[in-house]
Design a binder for this molecule. Structure first.
Ligand code: PLP
Length: 419
């Protein structure tokens, strides 16, 4: 790409085109063909800036946090706590102390289910979820429901993969103890109307947990404006490292969350038979935390903000539009979920007639194209769609239209093979 060519492009196009160069995985030597990575909903690739932040932490600052009285440990602590500040700022939380570092979205939801909700649950209570939730936002609630005699109730979706909001009021009963909903579906790409859901639930005094796993890398999140009670996400889906995630909790619920795990770093005083806890959020971070990963998460936030979330969101929408134009008119292909771009993020699920999704994914892989096939940890949604599995494309800032053209060529091959 010549400098002259780049100068002619708009700032946004320019930033996006340059971004791919930041991701070493796309520049591996000795590859037979370039990687076309369309499985970003599973995990995103990592830019050099994030990888270098991890290397630099281990080379320059590695030490445990909150413990040592020496300079290196103070450096590590300051980086770790700096990451907490950066996360709080990123999602609009009023204080860094509202941020708990967890292993990821799954652990964050388990923490709320076990340590906040379970002690309040009684037989006959309801936990309201939706038919499009990832298993991470279903199984933790099922586990506490089974132990307490509570039940899950489901807000249904239309055949277009949109929440049936007209059914919401009837599900918000005095027995409903929480609404747990994803911001964006990992299968259909549906963008859920969080403001409406949260306002309506709150008008019945029902708290809301938002699973932001698929939202944080593509839209600006402001937890204070949303007024959600809990917001959870994973770093690895937003160009950050695996092994770290976030639980944001509104101040009014923080003191109600009992420690999920016990160990070092979370105590104030220990006696033979019991102990008292240190302050929130550290009382929920027992043991040595994922220090380098927190530093990597902070670097991922800097990276995302450097490119611009609006720029990324718009780029992904353009790619989604381009791919949908092909797929929705393709004989023998059916697309699940909304096709209206105001309701859809960069995730597309589809079916090819007479061909199992796994076969589609395998043949695409032979052409160097990585897509996901399966139930995507959303079996309730699969039964609602009436299919065992789908093929899923999910876009990111480093994808482009040429890759979608190559995917389309490969898909044609699949159809020719399976008649
Ligand atoms: N929720 C949604 C919507 C997801 O897409 C995922 C992962 O795909 C998860 C939760 C679970 O995230 P993790 O495995 O990082 O805990």
């Amino acid at each position: 790409m010549s400098e002259e060519f780049l100068k002619k492009l708009s700032d946004r196009q320019n930033r996006i085109l340059r971004a791919k160069a930041d991701f070493p995985i796309f520049h591996k030597k000795k590859e037979k063909r370039p990687l076309i990575y369309l499985d970003n909903a599973a995990t995103t690739q990592k830019p050099r800036q994030v990888i270098e932040s991890l290397v630099s932490f281990y080379e320059q600052h590695n030490s445990n946090v909150h413990r040592g009285i020496y300079r290196l440990s103070e450096e590590a602590t300051s980086l770790y706590e700096g990451a907490r500040r950066s996360v709080a700022h990123f999602i609009g939380a009023s204080s860094p102390q509202s941020i708990v570092f967890t292993r990821g979205t799954t652990e964050s939801i388990n923490m709320i289910a076990r340590s906040w909700l379970q002690p309040k649950l009684n037989r006959g209570d309801h936990i309201l979820v939706t038919e499009m939730e990832h298993h991470s936002n279903l199984i933790p609630w099922q586990l506490v429901a089974q132990e307490t005699g509570a039940q899950l109730s489901y807000l249904s979706i239309t055949s277009q993969g949109i929440l049936e909001l007209e059914n919401l009021e009837a599900l918000l009963t005095p027995d409903t103890k929480i609404l747990a909903v994803s911001a964006v579906s990992n299968v259909l790409g549906t963008i859920n109307p969080l403001e409406h859901l949260i306002k309506t639930a709150h008008s019945h005094n029902i708290p809301v947990l938002v699973d932001g796993a698929q939202a944080v890398a593509r839209q600006i999140i402001d937890v204070a404006a949303l007024d959600c009670d809990f917001f959870v996400f994973s770093a690895h889906k937003m160009y950050g490292p695996t092994g770290i995630g976030v639980l944001y909790c509104k101040p009014e619920h923080q003191q109600d969350i009992q420690p999920f795990m016990g160990g070092g770093g979370m105590i104030e005083q220990v006696q033979e038979q019991n102990a008292s806890w240190t302050e929130y959020p550290w009382k929920l971070e027992a043991g040595t935390p994922a220090i380098a990963q927190a530093v990597g998460l902070s670097a991922a936030i800097d990276y995302l903000q450097g490119v611009g979330l609006e720029t990324i969101g718009r780029h992904e929408k353009e790619l989604t539009d381009y791919a949908l134009q092909k797929l929705t008119q393709w004989p023998g292909v059916s697309v699940h979920g909304p096709v209206n771009l105001t309701q859809k993020a960069g995730v597309i699920s589809f079916q090819v007639d007479n061909t199992h999704p796994h076969d589609v994914a395998q043949i695409l892989d032979e052409d160097g194209i990585a897509v996901r096939a399966g139930h995507h940890c959303a079996q309730i949604l699969m039964s609602r769609l009436g299919v065992p599995a789908t093929v899923r494309l999910s876009f990111s800032l480093y994808n482009d239209q040429a890759e979608i053209d190559q995917f389309a060529e490969s898909l044609l091959k699949v159809q020719q093979m399976f008649g």
